[in-house]
Ligand binder design. Structure first.
Ligand code: OMP
Length: 216
């Protein structure tokens, strides 16, 4: 089942060329029939819309959090636009924070910029595959004495990591951390099926999912 905002998000990502179909080599080395490149949301109109989709997914997921956190670099505009949309479209006024990758030894010091990283922290990121980037954020949150509240990403690829679980499920199990996405790979397939005329892409997506899908 898909919500209207999820269907719109897929449509919008395809239109902008953020979501592409073909053959793509992932960080993991797997050859994927699709790729989601969040870096291509780089226009005022598209980053504004993207923020609204994150905000809708955050509201829909029912996270309990004090501050949003965007991991450098790609998470920074995502957390910022989600914070703006939460305020403008849901009357939720939260602080946001991000890290700098290089440590500063003068000025304000530390590697956290924006709001203090304290209380319950909601991580806003693009895609989780193996979960490497998310684990770094969790270490940073712990080092600041805060606690993670959950993770919101744009796409859940539903792939297993080294074992039979997906990185998302491992995080959920090991760290009791809710991880939610605007859309999942299965919903992207469902969307293509609904549209019709994408027989080969749907077949390639299903083959990939059958090969790499994590156990539910
Ligand atoms: P992990 O840090 O291993 O979880 O991989 C997540 C990263 O993979 C993302 O931040 C991207 O750099 C990249 N990626 C995408 O952006 N989109 C995809 O569809 C797939 C990947 C990927 O390489 O797995």
């Amino acid at each position: 089942m898909m919500e209207a905002y999820q269907r719109e998000f897929i449509e919008f990502s395809i239109e902008l060329g953020v979501l592409k179909f073909g053959e793509f080599q992932l960080k993991s080395g797997r050859i994927s029939p699709y790729f989601f490149n969040a870096g291509l949301f780089h226009q005022g109109s598209s980053i504004a819309k993207l923020g609204r989709y994150y905000a809708a997914a955050i509201q829909h997921s029912g996270f309990s959090y004090d501050v949003l956190f965007g991991p450098a670099y790609k998470g920074i505009p995502l957390a910022c636009s989600a914070t703006v949309a939460l305020y403008e479209h849901h009357q939720v006024d939260k602080p946001f924070s991000f890290n700098r990758k290089e440590k500063k030894d003068h000025g304000e010091g530390g590697n956290i910029v924006g709001a203090k990283l304290e209380g319950k922290v909601l991580i806003v990121d693009d895609v989780i595959t193996a979960g490497t980037a998310i684990r770094e954020s969790l270490d940073l949150i712990a080092a600041n004495g805060a606690t993670p509240a959950g993770v919101i990403v744009a796409v859940d690829r539903q792939e297993r990591g080294q074992g039979s679980l997906s990185a998302i499920q491992e995080l959920a199990n090991e760290r009791k951390l809710p991880v939610k996405a605007i859309v999942t790979m299965s919903q992207i397939i469902e969307y293509l099926e609904e549209k019709g005329g994408h027989t080969e892409t749907v077949a390639a997506m299903n083959r990939y999912l059958q090969t790499y899908r994590s156990q539910e």
